[in-house]
Design a protein around this ligand. Structure first.
Ligand SMILES: Nc1ncnc2c1ncn2[C@@H]1O[C@H](COP(=O)(O)OP(=O)(O)OP(=O)(O)O)[C@@H](O)[C@H]1O
Ligand SMILES: [Mg+2]
Length: 299
């Protein structure tokens, strides 16, 4: 099993094996989950990716850039508590929340945030294979810093014109794309900053989330627009996650559907769980993981 550097990918992806060894570039591959639209599934996607990567044998660091809301931080805390309660040893990431500065001076606050962010990321990029960052559903300095460090940026969107509005302005009659919107412009800016920092590139993946089994016409319209937008604002579309209870019901236990086969969990696998696992595999494949011939990714 390898993760290949994708054509638009960051310089650090290189070739990786599932043995938990550090990537050849000697620094972790950074995956940022971002979208200025709240509630699009960033924290859910982040936790599912973190657990997938750990299951594949990688050492994973995670940074909660939305520390005030703290969804990812609580998810990880809940996982540790579940291990303690049940006497289990499910893998847990090296996790740190990065809080916004409380300094009153705006410039000093930025320096404080940058220093704490850089210190945490700096440690993780040498001790981990992957660092996953969960960003807030709004624009702030920490989130921009995180975006500018991404090798891979994943943007979950709900299947709705409201979510698409963060990426592009769309003509209401023709559904033609009129131009990029605020989040796409922010990513453009992050790409320029990333190029300025180390000449690296950001591989931007947009995934649709909470896909409904109903509403075929809306689904088709959104699919067409996402496809067109991909070329215009340079991202790669990924098949998304369906609307499934399993993506949200395990939070209090700190579990994901990828843990259900572990001993001591006590939740039987269903057809919907298998389908969800396939959705996560598909996302991993778009990120760049290639299963060995005739096999599936081991998650
Ligand atoms: N594929 C899915 N199926 C079912 N429920 C989902 C799915 N993805 C996310 N959810 C639910 O949608 C809500 C929002 O998800 P989540 O908290 O991951 O979004 P977010 O983008 O991190 O939000 P915020 O911007 O507030 O940080 C949560 O209740 C979560 O459990
Ligand atoms: Mg969140």
């Amino acid at each position: 099993m390898t993760v290949q550097e994708t054509s638009a990918g960051g310089e650090s992806a290189g070739q990786q094996t599932a043995t938990g060894k550090k990537p050849p570039s000697n620094r972790a591959h950074v995956i940022v989950i971002g979208n200025e639209k709240g509630g699009s599934g960033k924290s859910t996607t982040a936790m599912h990716l973190i657990v997938s990567l750990m299951k594949m044998g990688f050492k994973v660091g995670s940074l909660d850039i939305d520390a005030r809301q703290g969804t990812l931080t609580r998810y990880v805390e809940n996982r540790t508590a579940f291990n303690d309660r049940k006497g289990l040893h499910l893998p847990v990431p090296d996790h740190r929340p990065i809080y916004r500065s409380e300094l009153p001076d705006a410039n000093e606050a930025k320096i404080d945030e940058r220093d704490r962010f850089t210190a945490a990321l700096g440690e993780m990029v040498v001790s981990c294979n992957f660092v996953v960052m969960d960003c807030p559903g709004s624009d702030n300095y920490l989130s921009r810093l995180a975006h500018a460090c991404a090798d891979t940026l994943i943007t979950p969107i709900n299947d709705s014109f409201i979510d698409l509005d963060m990426l592009a302005r769309i003509d209401p009659d023709t559904l033609e794309i009129k131009g990029p919107s605020i989040y796409a412009e922010m990513v453009w800016d992050a790409r320029k900053r990333r190029a300025g920092i180390d000449g690296g590139t950001i591989d931007w993946i947009v995934m649709r989330n909470r896909l409904s089994h109903l509403d075929a016409r809306n689904k088709r319209d959104i699919a067409e627009i996402v496809e067109k937008l991909a070329g215009r604002i340079r991202f790669r579309p990924a098949p998304g996650f369906g609307e499934r209870v399993i993506y949200r019901e395990l939070f209090l236990k700190g579990l994901t559907l990828l843990d259900l086969r572990e001993k001591g969990i006590g939740i039987p696998m269903s057809m919907s769980h298998m389908a969800a696992r396939q959705e996560v595999r598909s996302l991993l494949e778009v990120i760049g993981f290639t299963p060995a011939d005739g096999e599936e990714l081991p998650i």
